[in-house]
Design a protein around this ligand. Sequence first.
Ligand SMILES: *Cc1c(COP(=O)(O)O)cnc(C)c1O
Length: 358
Amino acid sequence: MKYTYFTPGPAELYPTIYEHLQTAIDEQIGSISHRSQRFRDIYKFADEQLRTLLSIPSTHGIFFTGSASEVWERILFNCVEHESFHLVNGSFSRKFYDYANALHKFAHLFEKPFGEGFDSTEIEVPDYAELVSLTHNETSSGVQMRPTEMHKLKRKYPKKLFCVDMVSSAPYPELDFSLIDSAFFSVQKAFGMPAGLGVWIASQTCLEKAERLQKYDSMIIGAHHTLPTLWKHYQTFETPATPNVLFIYLLGKIVEDFNKIGIDTLRKQTDEKARMLYKFLDSSDAYEPFVKQERHRSQTVIVANTKEPSATVIARAKEAGMVVGSGYGKLKDSQIRIANFPAVSAEQVNALIEQLKR
Ligand SMILES: *Cc1c(COP(=O)(O)O)cnc(C)c1O
């Protein structure tokens, strides 16, 4: 049976991936050298397509890593001398904070209960924090922080570096990269690819900080994928180590497909499908939206409390060919999570709603 995956990563593959994968195999992408012009063209293409999609200015570089969680470590190594500040309201935002502690940074924390979100007015960034770490979409709880709130906060603290985890929402959030110094994502969420590639966007300011730490403060900024090394190779669209050439190729092609649709249309489609799902959950006796504040509700990962054990709901949907995610951690048995990524159409979301009604 062929399933439709509404899981929040790995997720449903974007439909055009089949033809791009076929082309990649036909063109022997898996065998080309990463020091060849063919590879440099592939990197350059992905770079151009991502710049168009996410409005990334020339002040920022685009780098490839193994995963998004690798980027947590890279940012902490390269952009924090002593202190970082983390908004934590779920498992993923907490892991970034845990990484900071593991690297012996002095990590400050402002924490909210699971299911609650952040507004700029309630946040005070500690004086000595060099980096503010924000999560656009907390995948474990289905809570978003609006980009407008992120931008307001940065305007209040212009000297601090701001980084945004946009792993389970990119390309949805409309980040203003004249305010956001760094952002990152993995491809197995809203880009509809298999797991195995992280994308790190970082500004010249981040690079300067890493260079300063390395040269003048003799800090260890890591050995693998340091920002100065990534940036140096990026000048010629190369990478320090042998990268996942196939996935960089596929990402460029899928982002090109996204650009053909247009980012405004993609965002509108996401809004419309999210509206359908929340409307159903609000009106249902068997489900309710987990996140109470509407402005904190995610458009890309919708979390619902279930009256029945969630395993029953999930099993029934699976029989009908639809895979939804379970709740996270302690809420595994009483919640479902539904990914609303570009790979699933309004018709498919409608079919899921009809199924959940049964
Ligand atoms: C999935 C996820 C990550 C981790 O991504 P990996 O590809 O597993 O490294 C980080 N942050 C958020 C919000 C996520 O949803």
